[in-house]
Design a protein around this ligand. Structure first.
Ligand SMILES: [Zn+2]
Length: 300
């Protein structure tokens, strides 16, 4: 017989039973250590939850943040805000230059080598993608290169990975917008790789997946368009082939009709010559054949 243990719900309902004798008299609980142990531990927990001390928070947690942690967070927020303000001014200057100068300008001026500039380039590219997608693409290309040039001693790995992921995702979006779906697909992969090393990138990963699905559906549409144009090409080929076949059949029929006519003409004239040759000593049958041939020839 298969042993049937009490479910968690069944044991909890037994816990509510006031009649202790009924519980003690339960034959399965009396025989099964596993279920009776589980019931005992539920009883202990239920007992603890009724204890006032358990709910007393006074000594349990220190609700004040550690001063050191707080000052570190404030310093980080301040330096990020400062960096972002500087980046905004720098990128504004950059945008005044012709597009083809941008990459060289960023490479040669080390003031641009900050996480703030990468953030700003990504933000500007995102806004520009509808109106000037080629500029958005150029900005994201600079952003992904710049992330790799940032000082590893100045920024921590998690921040850089996050920045790299966002720069590549924006690059993927610009490329997708420009219709370069294959390049967009590989940019999405780079973004995904970067985010996979971050601990708090769930939202970024979700946004990247969304973009990935847009790129994939665009690829499928293009794939089916290619198939359609291939099929319509074949249909056209078949039509052309049919027309050729029809005209060839027509030509063959004409040729063969001409051959038949000229062939029967030859037969008739040969027969006539023979008939003429036989005429002098001919029998009645030869005369009949001769007159028949002449009549077919329309002479008599
Ligand atoms: Zn049991």
């Amino acid at each position: 017989m298969i042993e049937q243990h009490y479910t968690e719900e069944a044991l909890l309902s037994l816990l509510d039973t006031r009649d202790a004798d009924a519980v003690l008299g339960d034959p399965h609980l009396a025989a099964c250590d596993m279920c009776s142990d589980a019931l005992d531990s539920y009883k202990d927990i239920a007992g603890l939850l009724c204890d006032k001390d358990v709910w007393d928070e006074d000594d349990a947690f220190d609700s004040e943040p550690a001063a050191e942690t707080l000052s570190r967070i404030r310093a980080f927020a301040d330096s990020t805000a400062r960096e972002d303000a500087e980046a905004m001014a720098l990128v504004d200057q950059l945008l005044e230059l012709p597009t083809e100068w941008w990459a060289e300008e960023v490479r040669s001026d080390e003031r641009y080598a900050t996480a703030g500039v990468v953030r700003r380039l990504v933000a500007v590219a995102h806004e520009a993608v509808d109106s000037t997608p080629t500029q958005a693409s150029a900005l994201t290309s600079i952003a992904v290169d710049l992330v790799d040039q940032l000082d590893l001693a100045k920024y921590d790995g998690e921040l850089l990975a996050m920045l790299r992921g966002r720069a590549w995702r924006e690059r993927a979006y610009a490329l997708y917008y420009l219709g370069s779906v294959d390049a967009a697909k590989s940019a999405v992969q780079k973004a995904t790789d970067a985010f996979s090393s971050c601990t708090l990138a769930d939202v970024d990963i979700a946004r990247t997946r969304l973009l990935d699905s847009m790129i994939l559906s665009e690829r499928r549409i293009r794939g089916s368009r290619r198939v359609c144009s291939c099929v319509s090409g074949r249909v056209r080929d078949v039509r052309i082939a049919r027309t050729h076949t029809r005209s060839a059949v027509g030509r063959n029929k004409r040729v063969s009709d001409e051959w038949k006519v000229s062939g029967s003409d030859r037969t008739i004239s040969t027969a006539r010559v023979r008939a003429e040759q036989r005429k002098p000593g001919s029998t009645g049958r030869h005369h009949r054949e001769h007159s028949l041939l002449l009549s077919r020839d329309g002479r008599e």
